[in-house]
Design a protein around this ligand. Structure first.
Ligand SMILES: *Cc1c(COP(=O)(O)O)cnc(C)c1O
Length: 376
């Protein structure tokens, strides 16, 4: 058997939706764009959504709409996908990292205040692996210090924290729709917000800085081409039509994994806080127990690969990426929990259409491989 780390779920209905757009003359900035945006705003329970060509673009538009610039600092997590931190660098601001909780892998709210300076402008939290961060605590700290809160919800569309949807926290949230996400548009992303200013600026900057009436050759500010095509939007709408089903199927797979893996002595299964009232799983990440030699993690990944099972060391710490080390002088030991966790995690194959047979195959091989490497 060959089992990929991730696989998109594309139905005949999805293909039809894309084909229909191709038979019209509205391939971009057509009717599918506002339709997709309306659905996204409903899911995030926000007034507005601005769909763009990637989650990274969405994050950049939020940072820029807030006027975050050179000399400013933004507090964020080093245990994330690189884009949540790079979007701060795009505008010349400085990411100030705060270590994570060892159980949820999300930013540790208890460590945030110690990092606030007079340069701090915002806190950018990430809903890691689909699990919302502790938004009530983060928002409370932000309010006290007059900071903006940004939610990177690129991995968590459909999740809920204390009954409120991912994407709805802070001044604005970002979604992403790359093929490995729960909902895909091939490439795509969105800003979701209640803030009219962020909405207007994001719309303008997505489309070359055009004015509000979007007159074609009239540019009121510096903008980008962050547009998403109507083909992508049609695919997104078709996928969102079964969002509940997608979330349910992914929850079932996660549950089966956790039940079966609980028998393996050296493995810690994902911990989901009770404050998370709905979980939209992005990836299923296990961690090797603290007393297990972490240097054997990569051997496990390698051995599973040889058995046709693709796994990955989600995430590598951002502060130890070569260009962060070079630019900011970060070093090993700066964020000990992040480093400890990132040396021991393994993302297992996880996708909406995964079968029980495939889950069994992964679990059985993981059991065997762990026994093998224990002897090394
Ligand atoms: C996927 C992802 C992004 C960016 O998404 P792209 O669409 O690939 O640009 C940003 N942040 C996090 C946490 C992500 O997982």
């Amino acid at each position: 058997m060959k089992i990929p780390l991730s696989k998109p779920w594309i139905t005949e209905g999805d293909i039809k939706a894309v084909e229909e757009v191709l038979r019209t003359s509205y391939l971009s900035l057509g009717p599918k764009l506002p339709e997709f945006e309306k659905r996204l705003a409903e899911i995030a329970n926000t007034k507005y959504a601005v769909a763009v060509n990637s989650g990274t673009s969405a994050l950049h538009l939020i940072i820029r709409s807030l006027g975050i610039k050179d000399g400013d600092e933004v507090i964020t997590t080093p245990f994330s996908f690189i884009a949540s931190s790079n979007c701060i660098l795009f505008e010349g601001a400085k990411p100030v990292f705060v270590d994570i909780r060892k159980d949820t892998y999300n930013i540790d709210p208890g460590l945030i205040e110690g990092k606030i300076t007079e340069k701090t402008r915002a806190i950018l939290g990430v809903d890691v692996f689909g699990q919302p961060a502790e938004w009530d605590k983060i928002e409370k700290i932000a309010k006290k210090h007059n900071l903006d809160v940004i939610e990177d919800s690129c991995e968590a569309i459909g999740s809920e924290y204390k009954g409120k949807p991912a994407g709805s926290f802070g001044v604005a949230g970002a979604f992403a729709f790359y093929p490995n996400k729960a909902v895909t548009t091939c490439e795509g992303g969105a800003v979701v917000t209640d803030d009219e200013n962020i909405y207007k600026l994001s719309r303008s900057m997505r489309n070359q800085g055009r004015g509000e009436d979007e007159t074609w050759l009239y540019h009121t500010r510096l903008g980008y081409n962050y547009r998403i095509s109507d083909i992508n939007c049609a695919l997104g709408i078709s996928q969102l039509n079964r969002l509940d089903k997608i979330i349910e199927m992914r929850n079932t797979i996660a549950k089966i994994y956790s039940e079966q893996l609980s028998e393996i002595d050296k493995v810690i299964t994902p911990y989901i806080s009770l404050e998370v009232t709905k979980m939209s799983w992005f990836v299923y990440v296990i961690r090797l127990k603290d007393n297990f030699d972490e240097r054997k993690r990569d051997i496990i990944i390698d051995k599973l690969g040889k058995r046709g099972i693709e796994t990955r060391n989600y995430f590598e710490a951002i502060h130890l990426q070569p260009f962060y080390v070079e630019q900011f002088g970060f070093k090993e030991g700066d964020f000990p929990v992040t480093e400890f966790v990132s040396e021991r995690t393994i993302a297992l194959p996880f996708f909406t259409t995964m079968t029980e047979e495939e889950i069994d195959y992964v679990v059985n091989n993981l059991k065997e491989v762990i026994l093998e490497v224990k002897k090394l």
